[in-house]
Ligand binder design. Structure first.
Ligand code: AMP
Ligand code: MG
Length: 333
């Protein structure tokens, strides 16, 4: 990757949309979504159309602000993620996915990370009865199928973008599971490499970049500490303070593509976790009523579609992976 963190901005909408670079990237993205969809439909998943607004949304935090809208005199939110609805959807079907839009007013300082948009999409998957490892296997299968399909069908687009398909050889030649490293071990690696890191938090972007650059193939970081995630990531019953969750990190410095987890599904546990994470249970009335009546145990994950496109297409900035970029703080159509 050339200038990963160089600030860059899209041209006008006609300039952006008519550019051969944009068109190649969007064709690649199309193949990625198609590959993911085909794989899941073959495995018996049902695709649902995701909600865009609701009385509450994912409180995951991570520094981004939520957007309020007026819903007939009630304050509603645009979805920062559809996590609550993913759990609800399992009341209809055991295996579901959405292609879901998310709006997050990310902090201004993320405008030039090359990896943040204020509006983006997730390929959102949830599986009843599945474990952390089950979900990771599906995530690996999707990423592998997407990369394989792009390499097979998008040779001239990759060439226009200057993305060498050989970069994917370690991934495509892999026979077993992607490597897994625990959050604790990742921390120790970073400290050894001279990077200070808060042990109770998500790995910061710089630290994640260091780990990502060291690798030539996607890998998982698993078992994040409790302080780092929302109330819905399940705490390990045998290892309090440790969550049964994971991120998939792309190689070559591209960083996080996916976050996923086993979910909390027990009413009392969810209330306790809400309190611990500073969430007011009263806000979550519809969700908690549903949980009290019973929802399945599950695992799931969300793939950032623009992030995955960025990695596959070899782009310096994630805004190049969308037809209508919304960079944090940049007023744009
Ligand atoms: P999260 O649950 O916050 O980890 O979000 C799920 C996935 O969505 C991440 O793994 C990223 O791939 C993607 N994502 C999250 N925030 C952004 C953003 N601001 N811009 C683009 N993609 C994002
Ligand atoms: Mg994440």
């Amino acid at each position: 990757m050339s200038s990963q963190f160089a600030p860059s901005r899209p041209g006008t909408p006609p300039e952006h949309l008519k550019s051969p670079v944009t068109q190649s990237v969007l064709r690649i993205q199309n193949q990625i979504v198609q590959a993911a969809r085909e794989l899941l439909l073959e495995q018996g998943f049902v695709e649902l159309l995701p909600p865009i607004i609701g009385p509450v949304t994912d409180p995951g935090g991570r520094g981004a602000k939520q957007v309020d809208i007026d819903f007939y005199g009630n304050r509603y939110k645009l979805m920062t993620s559809a996590i609550l609805y993913k759990q609800a959807s399992l009341l209809a079907f055991d295996k579901i996915f959405y292609v879901a839009p998310n709006v997050r007013l990310e902090p201004l300082e993320t405008a030039d990370t090359g990896r943040h948009l204020a509006e983006f999409h997730q390929f959102d998957v949830e599986i009843a009865g599945a474990s952390q490892q089950d979900a990771m296997r599906v995530a690996q299968d999707i990423v592998t199928a997407a990369v394989a399909r792009v390499v097979r069908t998008m040779g001239s687009e990759l060439e226009i973008l200057g993305r060498d398909p050989d970069a994917f050889a370690p991934l495509l030649n892999k026979t077993g599971a992607f490597e897994q490293i625990s959050h604790t071990d990742a921390m120790e690696d970073l400290v050894r490499l001279g990077h200070e890191q808060n042990h109770d938090a998500e790995i910061d972007w710089e630290g994640e970049g260091i780990l990502s650059h060291k690798s030539d193939s996607p890998f998982f970081i698993i078992d994040y500490p409790k302080g780092s995630r929302g109330f819905y990531d399940r705490e390990d019953p045998e290892r309090p303070e440790v969550l049964r969750n994971f991120d998939l990190i792309a190689p070559e410095g591209y960083g996080e593509l996916i976050s996923g987890s086993e979910r909390e599904y027990d009413y009392a546990r969810i209330i306790a976790r809400m309190r611990e994470t500073g969430e007011n249970p009263a806000k979550y009335e519809w969700y908690l009523k549903m949980v009290r009546d019973g929802i399945p145990s599950s695992s799931g994950f969300g793939i950032g579609i623009e992030r995955l496109t960025r990695y596959v297409a070899g782009l310096d900035s994630v805004w190049k992976a969308t037809a209508f970029p919304k960079i944090p703080g940049v007023v744009s159509p």
